[in-house]
Design a protein around this ligand. Structure first.
Ligand code: GLC
Length: 696
């Protein structure tokens, strides 16, 4: 690729660092959509310098555009096609927040492979996924795209998803680097401010997982880090990704127009200033703007560092195109194959399986679930007949092809009305159970969809309370793009499934769960607060100097008007099975790093239902050189049990289960006591060594 780089003119180089949407190539469209080319301050001929395309409508459009481009391009370097395949291309599987509740890393990887096969047939070379932002604030609309509040879960699913894509030849671009999920007050695009200790111990875990899983690209976040927008932040883009982590070939792309938005941040004065700061920070490709193309030539004269930075960036992009096999096959994409894949049982079944495993059963009073198919039910609420079940960022998923709940449920009475007066009460009085489907609309979450109030809508609260008065078992199926505040209704419902959005096979999955042909096994990947005033509220919080001990001491960390605890904690989820955690054992309670202990737990499924249990290993570092969380998830296994089966599950402790970044950002383990926790069992273990001895 170095030889090719040498042949390029400066303008051809700068074009390789520029990405625009495809419609600018479409003469009659360009005047209508997203402004005109002149808004980008380039002319039609300059489009044939571009390096990559944001989004595409399918294999046919891709081939036409590549053909047009190569006919007019001087460099003849094919375009790279990128897009947002976030949880499926045409066959849509659960939104990432729901996927994380499955705690099934292997199944998520298989779904990512499935999505990659369809995306490649669609004509894409790159997907802007996984989204690996750690989240602790459900007011933020983009929690739906994340893997929740736990760093290890974020790491695990990001790694599995990236691996799945890359194994099928789809290039993965992990986003949004870095810590976009910490947008203040949960308001999208708002300020982010955190310490490097917090960044390294918690917020970088997902991106690290994705890069370890093989992501070849990184997308910058809209927000600042240490008061400098990520898109021009050399500490983030070069020091961490390239120098500290060693991904010197990673191609870094700005989020949509984020380079020019540095002017709105008040840190660049014009397009040229933004372009210079971007290229010198390590930003390779700018998305949806043309500052590099228009201004860097003039800038070079004043600063020789710039041409070196440009050449390094272009070389990374050329190598990426080589990895994408672009020079051998610029016209990838296959309509016929895409149709076969979409209609394949394998793809539909993968999406269905993950939907089943992503649902969290939050309540099942008196075990009224699973329902018996002989009882007469009413299916009510705005999701009873809806096919808008795919969730945000469903790319080319087709809701018109998505079956609704009433395509599966055979009911005595059906109404998609949202108000009590919509219902025929005479009919309802004759039935034996109510299945009520409520929650947020799909458009209430995703990008630019933050909410200050995340209570269940008042009209829906009112409806639940009125239906409760009928004295029938009330089963709530809750759709949302975030944890909602359910405190006001949790006592009124007898059973509650939290589904978020499950994709193309939502309805069959929910039907099978309600009637017990499959057993719920999901666990919450994000805390459900009692009230919005508790936010941010997450399980792996630090201790405080004045912990609330409920001992009447007023000078302790608590509220006058709310509990400290959530309504439902991270890791919570019920099953039709009943899992009894018996003995927790450890082969050595005092150990060295050369001989790390093994933890074993015996679990009995004492019920008549076969089921899967997520067994989670938590660690607490009792005393360290910095304050450490009250508990942290370090390993987990999803284990299948037959009815009545007892199993012993073991965890071999690993260095990274004990390690953390200290104030000097050294990644290390410190000697001393640790508490090992599995469910309600715990054991103390000790790493031998001097009190302040640390192990790199
Ligand atoms: C959006 C999103 C980003 C997405 C990109 C391209 O603004 O922030 O997640 O990948 O633009 O669509």
């Amino acid at each position: 690729m170095k030889e090719l780089l040498k042949k390029l003119t400066l303008k051809e180089k700068l074009g390789q660092l520029t990405q625009l949407a495809p419609h600018f190539f479409n003469e009659q469209l360009k005047a209508k959509l997203y402004g005109k080319i002149k808004d980008l301050e380039i002319n039609y001929e300059e489009l044939f310098y571009l390096g990559s395309i944001l989004g595409i409508g399918g294999p046919k459009e891709k081939k036409e555009l590549q053909d047009l481009y190569l006919k007019n391009s001087k460099s003849k370097i094919p375009l790279l096609f990128m897009g947002d395949v976030i949880h499926g291309c045409k066959t849509i599987y659960p939104v990432p927040l729901a996927q994380a509740c499955s705690f099934n890393v292997e199944l998520v990887k298989e779904n990512a492979k499935m999505a990659a096969r369809e995306a490649k047939a669609f004509g894409l070379d790159v997907t802007f996924s996984p989204m690996s932002d750690l989240v602790r604030d459900p007011r933020w609309g983009r929690v739906i795209e994340s893997y929740g509040e736990d760093p290890y879960l974020n790491y695990s699913f990001s790694k599995a998803t990236a691996k799945g894509y890359q194994e099928e030849g789809l290039i993965s671009c992990v986003k949004h680097f870095a810590a976009y999920g910490l947008s203040e007050a949960g308001r999208d695009y708002n300020t982010v401010d955190l310490s490097r200790v917090n960044l390294f111990n918690y917020y970088l875990s997902g991106y690290q997982g994705a890069l370890e899983g093989g992501s070849e690209m990184v997308m910058t976040a809209f927000n600042t880090f240490e008061y400098l927008p990520a898109t021009i932040n050399r500490y983030l883009l070069t020091n961490i990704i390239r120098e500290n982590w060693g991904y010197d070939e990673a191609v870094i792309i700005a989020d949509y127009d984020a380079l020019l938005q540095t002017k709105a941040h008040g840190v660049t004065k014009d397009d040229k200033d933004a372009a210079v700061k971007g290229i010198l920070a390590g930003l390779d490709i700018e998305m949806a703007s043309t500052a590099y193309l228009r201004t860097l030539e003039a800038a070079i004269k004043k600063d020789k560092r710039i041409i070196k930075a440009i050449d390094e960036a272009v070389l990374r992009v050329l190598k990426l195109k080589e990895k994408a096999n672009l020079f051998n096959n610029a016209f990838s994409g296959d309509d016929k194959l895409l149709a076969e894949l979409i209609n394949s049982k394998e793809h539909q079944n993968l999406s269905y399986q993950l939907a089943v495993e992503s649902v969290v059963l939050l309540k099942n009073e008196n075990n009224i679930l699973p329902l018996n198919k002989n009882i007469k039910v009413a299916l009510l609420g705005n999701y009873a007949t809806s096919n808008d079940l795919l969730g945000a960022w469903s790319w080319y998923g087709d809701t018109s092809q998505t079956k609704a709940l009433n395509d599966f449920f055979e009911v005595e009475y059906l109404s998609n009305g949202e108000d009590y007066q919509d219902y025929d009460l005479e009919k309802i009085k004759k039935i034996e159970a109510i299945i009520l489907t409520l929650g947020e609309e799909a458009k209430e979450s995703g990008e630019a969809r933050s909410k200050a109030n995340i209570n269940l809508k008042y009209s829906q609260v009112k409806l639940i309370k009125k239906l409760k008065k009928l004295g029938k078992p009330l089963i709530l199926i809750l759709f949302s793009g975030r944890p909602l505040i359910l405190t006001e209704i949790i006592k009124d419902v007898d059973a509650l499934f939290n589904v978020f959005f499950l994709g193309s096979n939502s309805s069959k999955a929910i039907y099978d769960l309600v009637y017990g042909s499959v057993n719920p096994s999901g666990k919450l990947a994000m805390t459900f607060p009692r009230s919005v005033g508790q936010i941010p509220l997450y399980y792996n919080h630090l201790r405080t100097g004045r912990p609330f001990l409920n001992d009447g001491n007023p000078y302790s960390s608590h509220y006058l008007d709310e509990k400290n605890e959530p309504l439902f904690p991270f890791g919570f989820g019920l099953s039709y099975s009943s899992f009894v955690y018996e003995d927790l054992k450890i082969d050595k309670s005092s150990f060295t790093l050369d001989e790390l202990p093994t933890i074993k737990i015996t679990i009995l499924n004492e019920s008549k239902f076969a089921g899967k249990e997520v067994v989670m290993l938590f660690i607490k570092d009792e005393i360290a050189s910095i304050s450490r969380p009250v508990k942290e998830l370090k390993q987990f296994k999803k284990v299948s049990f037959q009815a009545g089966e007892r199993k012993e599950i073991s965890f071999k402790l690993k260095y990274q289960d004990l390690a953390f970044y200290n104030q000097d950002l050294n990644y290390q383990v410190e000697a001393g006591d640790f508490l090992v926790m599995v469910a309600d069992k715990s054991l103390k273990i000790t790493l031998k060594g001097d009190e302040n001895e640390d192990f790199k």
